[in-house]
Design a protein around this ligand. Sequence first.
Ligand code: AMP
Ligand code: ZN
Length: 476
Amino acid sequence: MTEQLFFYNTMSKAIDKIEPVDDKEMKMYCCGPTVYNYAHIGNLRTYVFEDLLAKTIRLAGYKLKHVMNITDVGHLTSDADAGDDKMLLAAEREKMQVLELARKYEKVFFEHTAALGLNRPDIVARATEHIQEMIDFVKKLEEKGFAYFSNGNVYFDTSKFPAYGRLSGQDRTELKHGARVEQDSNKRNPSDFVLWFTTSKFENQVLQWDSPWGRGYPGWHIECSTMAMKYLGERLDIHCGGIDHIAVHHENEIAQSEAFLGHKWVNCWMHAAFLQMKDGKMSKSKGEFLTLDTLIDKGYKPEHYKYFCLTSHYKTSSNISFEALDAAKNSYESLISKVKELKQLASDNNAVDVEQENSCINKFNSFMFNDLKTPQALAVVWEALRNPAMPPKSKLNFIEHIDKIFSLSLEKIIKETETELVLPDEISRIIEQRQQARISKDWKTSDELRDVLLAKGYVIKDLANNQYQVFEKESN
Ligand code: AMP
Ligand code: ZN
């Protein structure tokens, strides 16, 4: 049995009833990180939204295939080849090979998303591992007359795709050279974009492949269309990203994919609004941005940031400040205290009220099934906790339910209070050695010992002031 889902669709500009294309499983593609630096907490807000979406779809009884790409090949700031190659600049800055750098930040990305309780997508596809498929895609666009070769690069001809601009509500012909897209005299139309580069202003561009057009590398947009189709087929239920992707990246993905397929590609386009700092938007390229590690260093737990994310709807832009984070921290910590208190009470009185439990669960679910209304869903949790007529055990059952979606480590806390984690002597000794290394700022040893602990089945999470938490690694 499946429940009805309603999500806001950027394409129809309305809340649409989601009708899966295929009754066996829903298909969702999310644009993934560009791995030349740490993801900032703004990026993470978008991944929190996508994880909530995936968990809500599954909660509604659907099977889901969730695919995400890793942009590990040069990502220019514009199609005109005029911006910086962020990957190359970062590799020079860190004196690393480009791919080595990409793997480093990909690893950290998944550590941060795991700390926020996000599941790894079912398929994580790296651009550099799908170059041949991208070449075949561009070849077919060329055969179908949608692509042209100009001064060393292959471009998509947007004049051949009349629907260009529908997602963002822009008229293609109104785009002027030098306005939104930087001028590139090789283009036939200002909105045209590069599918394959062989000429680049970066003479030391390291990642290059042979192609029918010469040695070069793919444009950014082509990677998403190619990998989405490879893993999800010709029709997608949902495609997501942050709102910055609407106007260029997703318009371009639609144009090349629908030109390739000859039919509609995606049913529902979903976009998360931005997280902003007081002084404007967060930007990786500006160099100054907050990461999850910055927050941890300042004494916050990943759950505090996760709770902060839940307090605003994904379609509303959210302003972060340390005051706002403190408020989320306080609410989360009182939630934890409440859960611990309920655990005590439930050990004396195991009575349940199934009707009340179900009513809370239904209310919570219905907010999530109707466009992921997390602030309202969170309010249902507090309402239940404050209800004197609801038995403690039922409150805990409800908390366990919501934690399957919100992933705030509440279930873990419920279980942990039942059985305190008893560490074997060997593990305690390694933790002690690691603490000594941390105190003397010997980060190399401390990292090595963290890996030793992980290999032995224990995850250690560093907190501020040399504090730490230790968990048994989950088998999944
Ligand atoms: P990037 O690694 O820059 O390609 O971005 C990864 C994801 O984060 C994309 O879905 C972006 O749309 C999204 N994003 C970028 N900046 C922000 C922000 N300040 N707030 C929320 N999401 C963002
Ligand atoms: Zn994409």
